[in-house]
Design a protein around this ligand. Structure first.
Ligand SMILES: [Zn+2]
Length: 67
């Protein structure tokens, strides 16, 4: 499963899905809407990690209900 989170473009403020695995401090990607370059900092990494933590918690809750 690919983990993704909503990333907001600082230029056009539209949100798009960003794969958590691709977010590393010092790297960058381009907004699919306005093609602005978005640089990842340590803050983005924390945001991504938070999304992963939330997802993990949700999945645990769900599996608890099913199992
Ligand atoms: Zn944009």
């Amino acid at each position: 499963m690919k983990l993704q989170f909503d990333l907001e473009c600082p230029n056009c403020h539209r949100e798009f899905k960003q794969a958590v695995a691709e977010v590393r401090p010092g790297t960058s990607r381009h907004c699919p809407y306005c093609d602005a370059e978005i640089r990842f900092t340590g803050d983005d990494g924390r945001q991504a990690q938070q999304a992963v933590d939330n997802l993990t918690r949700t999945l645990k809750k769900l599996s608890g209900k099913i199992g």
